[in-house]
Design a protein around this ligand. Structure first.
Ligand code: HEC
Ligand code: HEC
Length: 193
């Protein structure tokens, strides 16, 4: 073993130790999630209604979305730069962090009877609850929809339909099989749950 190699190994060890010991270089989970509150809400209630609630969302689902934003499978100019520096372990930890928070109550009204009826008929013909489960609570990689912002729900279902949101072709097919009027009723119905 030449002196040169020993030196390189030694400096790699020292540099590695410095890196992991330096608080300035390794960002904590608390530091990583600080920025999220600016849009997703200090108390879990996003100020902008086109921004989704992430507090209390299913951990598996949050992780998949962060991963898809990072890969560019789900395109969004705002979210893509947020996740660009995250590694898989960061995204898993962040997902767990938000999933454990309580789901906030946006206090959205129940829709009028005719709208609710239209939503229920559409729900039954597609069978949304076979995946999103009873009361639309979701599980694992299937998101909770109950009480999500009506504006966001309407936007993201339209995005699936137009393939602007292309990260789940199955949801796109289901949205294409549902009329825009039915989707509008579903958004109001789900928000009021
Ligand atoms: C500058 C505003 C902004 C910041 C900061 C921000 N987000 Fe977002 N986030 C958005 C918007 C807007 C969307 C909706 C994108 C869309 O319509 O497809 C979104 C969507 C999401 C979604 C998808 C939720 C769902 O129901 O599909 C997750 C998960 C998410 N953000 C997590 C985070 C995390 C974690 C952070 C912090 C690291 C963060 N966001 C920071 C604006 C922001
Ligand atoms: C075959 C299973 C299945 C069925 C049936 C289904 N969904 Fe989904 N849905 C999913 C999955 C999985 C996702 C997460 C997609 C992803 O990872 O981006 C999703 C995502 C969504 C989202 C996005 C939520 C968010 O926070 O961005 C909405 C809204 C939605 N579904 C509404 C519906 C409605 C309304 C119906 C019935 C008309 C329905 N889904 C039927 C599996 C299903």
């Amino acid at each position: 073993m030449g002196d040169n190699l020993i030196l390189r190994i030694l400096s790699a060890i020292i540099f590695g130790t410095l890196l992991s010991a330096s608080p300035g270089l390794a960002q904590s989970l608390a530091e990583k999630v600080e920025i999220c509150a600016g849009c997703h809400g200090q108390d879990g209630k996003p100020a902008d209604k086109t921004i989704p609630i992430i507090w209390g969302q299913q951990a598996g689902y949050i992780y998949i979305q962060l991963r898809d934003f990072k890969r560019g499978d789900r395109k969004n100019e705002t979210m893509q730069p947020m996740v660009s520096t995250f590694e898989k372990n960061d995204m898993l930890a962040i997902a767990e962090y938000f999933a454990q928070k309580p789901w906030p109550n946006l206090g959205q009204p129940r829709p009028p009877k005719d709208v609710a009826q239209r939503a229920l008929t559409a729900e039954q013909s597609v069978g949304c609850t076979s995946c999103h489960l009873e009361q639309f609570q979701g599980a694992s990689t299937v998101p909770r929809l109950a009480g999500q912002s009506a504006e966001y729900l309407a936007k993201t279902m339209a995005d699936f339909r137009s393939r602007a949101r292309g990260n789940n072709p199955g949801m796109t097919d289901l949205m294409l099989a549902t009329s825009p009027d039915d989707l509008s009723a579903l958004a109001q119905f789900l928000a009021g749950l």
